[in-house]
Design a protein around this ligand. Structure first.
Ligand SMILES: Cc1ncc(COP(=O)(O)O)c(C=O)c1O
Length: 396
């Protein structure tokens, strides 16, 4: 079946965080452009998901919901077939979101003042999970080799060896750097953390969003020892563009760690629960929408190629990091010699484009832009024309 990746539902004034934020920054409906910022897709929902929700509405009352065994089995089946990981249903704790989950993990497994490692630049709420809860950020900056980012393992070993360091929050695949960590890299990181008693919280929300030739390794699948020393956060939300339904699946293979997590959740809510339609949509997605996902990622791949080709030809001062996973392209505008404030001004007021500014992801992101390319190709082409108008040699 061929799905629709052309229709855009313009989400101005409809409560879409991404569209509202663009409008607040002065880019108006009349400009006929879409935001390229927050990580949800500008693709309409797969019809199988829409149908499943409609059918549920026909038969169900919207009461409190628990995950059914069919739900838990379906999630595990996805992990088995798509990611070759034999997870058990009892390892899953459903959660509203992965941000909630890593905030809870920090609170549960570390104490105030203890250190939590991040590979920076990285998804900005990870900084908040550490700092707003009185923990100490331990920075293990990624090494930018020009076209890709790598983990500085020597620095990681030194920082993990500090007895005050208790946790590492891993972003895998990495947002915003687009890396899909290899099994070898993850094993090395896992071994370092095991050696020094550092628990790994692996945020794998982007795990299904892979460019051709790249394979995601679920962190817990590496070995039993590593599985016992981690929390793996997954969700169908990015994969199938259903983030608004707020359903994610946190896998904790180690029973003691799982129990601790649950007890900690129950301190603020004695009956943690998720959205009934979120369960329904997730099940429909995992059972019936693999084909939709493959087609969506093929549009993302086309967009990536068009952008990379155009930028190399027309805007060679802008460097693009190889995209291995996610639909978030990481572009380095520093070669233009503009400060990041000026960059923001030009993007908004001259190019009339709205990306996520790199500095949101940490200091190393200054002068970068994160471009969400999960959208119809015609919008990417329009954005490139606008970029050329604003930054091309003839105009600047
Ligand atoms: C790495 C990463 N983790 C978590 C999230 C958000 O997760 P949730 O909506 O489940 O809280 C995002 C969204 O962009 C993300 O990129």
């Amino acid at each position: 079946m061929n799905y629709d990746f052309e229709t855009v539902r313009k989400r101005y004034n409809s409560g879409s965080f991404k569209w509202d934020e663009m409008a607040r920054n002065g880019v108006k409906p009349s400009e006929d452009i879409i935001p390229f910022s927050v990580a949800d897709m500008e693709f309409v929902t797969a019809p199988e998901i829409v149908e499943a929700i409609k059918s549920e509405l026909d038969v169900s009352i919207m009461g409190y919901a628990s995950p059914t065994s069919e739900y838990l089995e379906t999630v595990c089946e996805w992990l088995r077939t798509r990611h070759q990981w034999n997870a058990r249903p009892e390892w899953i704790l459903p959660s509203h979101g992965i941000v909630d989950a890593f905030f809870t993990a920090v609170r549960t497994y570390t104490r105030e003042g203890e250190g939590v490692i991040l590979n920076t630049p990285v998804y900005y709420p990870m900084y908040s999970a550490i700092e707003s809860q009185g923990r100490k950020l331990v920075d293990n900056p990624l090494i930018n080799t020009g076209s890709r980012y790598e983990i500085d393992f020597d620095d990681l070993e030194r920082k993990a060896a500090d007895p005050n360091t208790k946790m590492l929050i891993l972003c895998s695949p990495h947002n915003p750097c687009g890396r899909v960590w290899t099994r070898d890299e993850l094993s090395r990181l896992g071994e370092i953390c095991l050696r020094h008693g550092v628990l790994v919280v692996s945020d794998e929300i982007h795990f299904d969003l892979l460019m051709p030739g790249h394979v995601h390794t679920v962190f817990a699948s590496i070995s039993d020892e590593i599985a016992n020393n981690c929390v793996v956060c997954t969700a169908p939300s990015k994969t199938f563009n259903i983030a608004g339904l707020q359903t994610s699946n946190i896998f904790i293979p180690n029973a003691e760690l799982r129990e601790k997590f649950l007890r900690s959740l129950m301190l603020s809510n004695p009956h943690p629960k998720c959205n009934i339609l979120g369960y329904v949509a997730s099940m429909a997605a995992y059972k019936h929408c693999a084909g939709w996902l493959d087609q969506a990622m093929s549009v993302v791949d086309t967009n990536r190629k068009i952008i990379c080709g155009f930028v190399a030809r027309e805007l060679p001062e802008i460097k693009i990091t190889d995209l291995e996973g996610t639909y978030l392209l990481w572009l380095d505008f520093n070669g233009l010699g503009l400060g990041f404030k000026e960059l923001e001004r030009i993007n908004h007021t001259e190019a009339r484009l709205f990306f996520d500014e790199g500095c949101m992801f940490g200091k190393a992101g200054e002068g970068f832009e994160r471009w969400n390319i999960a959208c119809p190709t015609r919008y990417v082409e329009e954005a490139l024309t606008r970029l050329k108008g604003a930054y091309g040699k003839s105009s600047r």
